[in-house]
Design a protein around this ligand. Structure first.
Ligand code: IMP
Length: 210
């Protein structure tokens, strides 16, 4: 049975459009409306921690305090075993373009470049391609209370990139037992097995009893 949560509106503490879309879709059946930190014009705080949970907490607390509303953040990334867990919490940084190029084009991140970087290093190492996506969701309140829920999905890196349905590193990640990458499967299928879905299930159980 679904309990009434201690909020009916949540700030999604992210500026990442892929995450906003996926979390909004996961929240939709619960009758909780969402607004993103980007839509509220909230600044992105520096992610200074070295863990997903730590960075998720920074983002959720910044949005909760900045908006006066409960906020849910997502800090996530891809950990490749053969690269000792890299890019890990630096998954977004690996896609960051040099400042001069950002200013010239207005484009901040290039995931084709980041995926190539992963493959280039992994193939040079001749290690197994096993990898996982990790997600830490943090629910924070304006009074500073916070709760973190972590999820993972095991899989492997494939090359070349395939599919255009997901975001970030989805075109080179195939979940264990799957034939298609996360960018080839339907969003509903990704929602049933992703790291975000795993973390979300824990969040739902704790906050909604669902
Ligand atoms: P951050 O959590 O904002 O620091 O960024 C995490 C980065 O990890 C994103 O920009 C994506 O590149 C990557 N990432 C996280 N979750 C996913 C996913 O579900 N699919 C593909 N890439 C992801």
């Amino acid at each position: 049975m679904i309990q009434k949560p201690p909020f009916d509106k949540l700030v999604l503490a992210t500026h990442n459009k892929g995450k906003v879309r996926e979390i909004s879709e996961l929240m939709a059946p619960l009758g909780v409306s969402t607004v993103s930190a980007g839509e509220l014009g909230l600044a992105e705080p520096p992610e200074t921690e070295t863990t997903f949970a730590g960075n998720a907490r920074i983002k959720a607390l910044a949005s909760a305090r900045g908006s006066g509303m409960p906020a849910l953040s997502d800090d996530s990334g891809l950990a490749v075993d053969g690269l000792d867990g890299a890019p890990g919490v630096y998954a977004a940084d690996w896609a960051e373009l040099p400042k001069s190029e950002r200013e010239r084009t207005g484009v901040r991140r290039d995931f084709d470049m980041a995926m190539w970087h992963v493959w280039d290093k992994l193939s040079a190492s001749s290690k197994a391609p096993t990898a996982r996506f990790i997600c830490a969701l943090c629910l924070a309140f304006p009074d500073g209370t916070s709760h973190v829920y972590e999820g993972t999905v095991e899989g492997e890196i494939v090359w070349p990139p395939r599919g255009d349905k997901g975001f970030g590193y989805d075109p080179i990640f195939r979940a264990l037992g799957d034939v298609q990458t996360f960018a080839e499967i339907e969003p509903s299928e990704k929602h049933a097995k992703s790291h975000r879905a795993d973390a979300f299930a824990k969040f739902l159980k704790a906050q909604f009893g669902a």
